[in-house]
Design a protein around this ligand. Structure first.
Ligand code: GRG
Length: 282
């Protein structure tokens, strides 16, 4: 299966659901609503929502059932980028080829747009796409996956340790621990929450979590390799040569594929996306 063909087919569903999940741009406070949309449309690769849909398909469900999770993970990812770009963190002027939210608007609007994107994520997960036959228990279980991955034990905790990262004291374990929380946790939760909304439970969810955490780690290593000269950042290239980092990513990719070996044809999109995570060029 070709990951990019799968992607092209699924991404429009995500965009329509994201649009429906946000207040109109003209709705008051209009400046806040415009700031929330600034990075979101046309947006980035939509990797996390596409993984949520592939997770639903891997367990035999329709991809549309994953949409509340797909929207939630993309909104959380976007809030994290808006906040990561702020002067108190990375102080970036550009993201995705356009001005960062605090540059296009102002700093307090960017902080608040990030906050509101996070609230919108959980509203979408708990009440979005009401026409779908999802049970409250499924929505709650999916929300649990995403809250854990995005809180102090996941994305936020990983970001805290990344900000405190001392490149002179880097070792494989500390770098991988930061990446596991900052990048892989939300990628793992994308897959599991999508699958849960399609009916997955128990060991099936655990296998998908193990798959997703490894794909997230692979994705981060390929990010490090694509952007090898990032200043003070926490990168596996601080402790590995590029060849060693590539070998580690191949090892993680094999492990990821092992966890979904028993899922049959339905997991072909997940397999293709895992390979993409390593071989991507953007
Ligand atoms: C502020 C709580 C908080 C967290 C910030 C996302 C993040 C954590 C930092 C961004 C810097 C970075 C390199 C993070 C690693 C994860 C990563 C590769 C993010 C970029 O994800 P893509 O490539 O982005 O999926 P697009 O733009 O395609 O959506």
């Amino acid at each position: 299966m070709d990951a990019s063909a799968y992607w092209k087919e699924r991404a429009p569903l995500v965009d329509a659901a994201l649009e429906a999940a946000l207040p109109d741009v003209g709705e008051a406070p209009a400046r806040l609503h415009a700031a929330m949309r600034h990075l979101l449309f046309p947006g980035g690769k939509r990797l996390r929502p596409v993984l949520a849909m592939a997770g639903a398909e891997a367990v035999g469900g329709p991809p549309e059932h994953a949409l509340p999770a797909a929207v939630a993970v993309e909104l959380i990812h976007t809030y994290s980028l808006v906040h990561d770009d702020l002067p108190c963190m990375d102080d970036d002027d550009e993201r995705r080829g356009i001005r960062t939210v605090h540059r296009a608007f102002d700093e307090s609007t960017a902080v608040l747009a990030g906050d509101a994107l996070q609230s919108a994520a959980f509203e979408a997960l708990l009440t979005g796409c009401p026409e779908l036959p999802l049970t409250p228990e499924q929505r709650l279980a999916a929300a649990r996956e995403i809250t854990r991955a995005s809180g102090s034990l996941g994305l936020v905790g990983g970001q805290v340790d990344d900000l405190a990262f001392d490149p002179n004291r880097a070792d494989v374990q500390s770098v991988e621990s930061i990446h596991a929380r900052k990048t892989a946790a939300l990628i793992g939760a994308s897959v599991t929450s999508g699958a849960i909304l399609a009916g997955a439970t128990g060991p099936v969810v655990e296998n998908l979590r193990n798959y997703g955490l490894r794909v997230g780690a692979v994705f981060q290593i390929s990010d490090d390799l694509l952007d090898a000269d990032r200043g003070e950042e926490c990168s596996l290239l601080r402790v590995y040569t590029p060849g060693q980092a590539r070998a580690r990513a191949e090892e993680l990719l094999d492990e990821a594929l092992g966890f979904i070996e028993g899922f049959g044809e339905a997991a072909q999109p997940l397999r293709a996306l895992a390979v993409f995570a390593l071989r991507r060029n953007q």
